[in-house]
Design a protein around this ligand. Structure first.
Ligand code: 25A
Ligand code: L14
Length: 349
């Protein structure tokens, strides 16, 4: 038996990845419906070799569906997810709109699969930076307990959608055409005064690092940083876990990296034991051979499904601590793949 599935925001970066993942994993789809804004009306996207026309999102679009995978931004999800749920459709929502709602499960299948089954029509897909971190924290929390996590992210431009990807390419083209090999001071002046370049991020991103992801929020933290704090507690069922994040945008196309410091509650006996715990965890691949320059890299992990961890070291400044480097494709495990895995979980029971 197959299912009737809609992708809302189908033409976006995450929406298109959702189609790809449904196809690659052979999700049992009977009918696929592509929904997006007026702008994309009539566009065609291919699914299993067929060209499917994009329709404008409307309440009627949800009639008769089993699943709707949403990735069209928070305001669309706020408005349309309840409409779809009321019609009996199971919504898996990639936006931040419903994640912290107590009636909405926030699910990473490797971490808290049981929560998915408690849904009332809407299931939230967590933030990409949080997903890749908790997949690695989970086996450590189960074995040793976790007191505190300090994380710095190195997030790719695709996290902010097509417009941010365009901004990076436009800046790179501008630099090669106008100040090839120029000194940093000149680059700054040229880029700052350039006209006609996209500027969806707050500052130029080429040759830069912006400690600014999503909007600024309470206490000087960004919304992205608050998401990492709150979503980690909810997904892991650990209300007391301390998470101290700094989220940074870097000029990487796809795949987020994270430097993660973990303070454990109990002592580990050796790094080999820790490696063993991590390599046997579902969805985790350990890539750690510094003698041969082997560690996970954004460039290489793009397109991969697993969460990769390397640079596994003891933190000598605390009783029991680890330093880790965690890398995953933000459009796959961080968004589309995790959403499809949630749907797979529901149909497997
Ligand atoms: O509020 P949030 O949750 O924080 O999310 C904010 C944004 O972050 C992205 C996502 O953008 C979202 O809009 N996002 C969220 N979670 C993410 C995650 N985990 C994430 N990104 C990465 N990882 P996006 O660009 O990926 O997707 C946007 C999709 O939503 C559709 N959409 C927007 N408004 C809609 C709507 N659908 C229905 N009704 C509405 N009112 C949007 O469709 C897109 O599919 P679209 O039709 O508006 O645009 C599709 C195509 O149009 C082109 N295009 C878009 N903008 C421009 C453009 N072309 C030129 N210039 C532009 N400025 C593109 O080809 C685009 O694919
Ligand atoms: O909340 O820009 O899921 O890298 C995911 C991508 C927020 C922004 C979310 C990025 C978005 C983030």
């Amino acid at each position: 038996m197959g299912y009737k599935v809609a992708v809302v925001g189908a033409t976006g970066m995450v929406g298109r990845e959702m189609l790809k993942v449904l196809e690659q994993r052979d999700f049992p789809v009977d009918e696929i419906r592509l929904l997006a804004s007026e702008r994309s009306k009539g566009r065609r996207l291919s699914f299993r070799g067929q060209e499917i026309e994009v329709e404008v999102l409307s309440p009627e679009g949800f009639d008769g569906l089993d699943f709707a995978l949403f990735s069209a931004g928070g305001s669309i999800s706020k408005e349309y997810a309840p409409i779809a749920a009321k019609k009996g459709v199971v919504v898996i929502d990639n936006s931040s709109a419903w994640r912290m709602d107590p009636d909405v499960p926030l699910v990473v299948p490797e971490v808290n699969p049981e929560d998915a089954f408690k849904h009332k029509g809407i299931i939230a897909n967590p933030n990409c930076s949080t997903i890749q971190m908790v997949v690695v924290l989970k086996p450590l929390a189960d074995k040793y307990g976790i007191r505190r996590v300090v994380v710095s992210t190195y997030q790719s431009v695709s996290g902010w959608g097509k417009a941010a990807v365009d901004q990076l390419w436009e800046e790179l083209r501008f630099i090669l055409e106008n100040c090839d090999k120029c000194p940093a001071e000149e680059l700054k002046a040229k880029l700052r005064s350039a006209e006609g370049l996209s500027r969806v991020l707050a500052h130029p991103i080429a040759f830069n690092a912006l400690p600014h992801i999503d909007v600024f929020h309470d206490e000087g933290y960004t919304k992205e940083e608050w998401k990492m704090i709150n979503e980690t507690k909810k997904i892991m069922h650990l209300p007391d876990i301390e998470v101290s994040p700094t989220c940074v945008r870097v000029p990487v196309l796809k795949t987020h990296s994270e430097a993660v410091n973990v303070e454990l509650k109990e002592k580990f006996s050796s790094l080999d034991e820790v490696m063993q715990v991590l390599s046997s965890a579902k969805g985790v691949t350990v890539l750690d051979d510094p003698d041969n320059d082997v560690y996970p890299l954004a460039l290489d992990m793009a397109g991969e499904d697993d969460v990769f961890v390397g640079r596994i070291r003891r933190d000598f400044t605390v009783e029991s601590g680890l330093n880790l480097w965690i890398v995953a494709d933000n459009l796959r495990k961080g968004a589309a793949l995790n959403a499809v895995q949630i749907a797979e979980l529901l149909i497997s029971s």
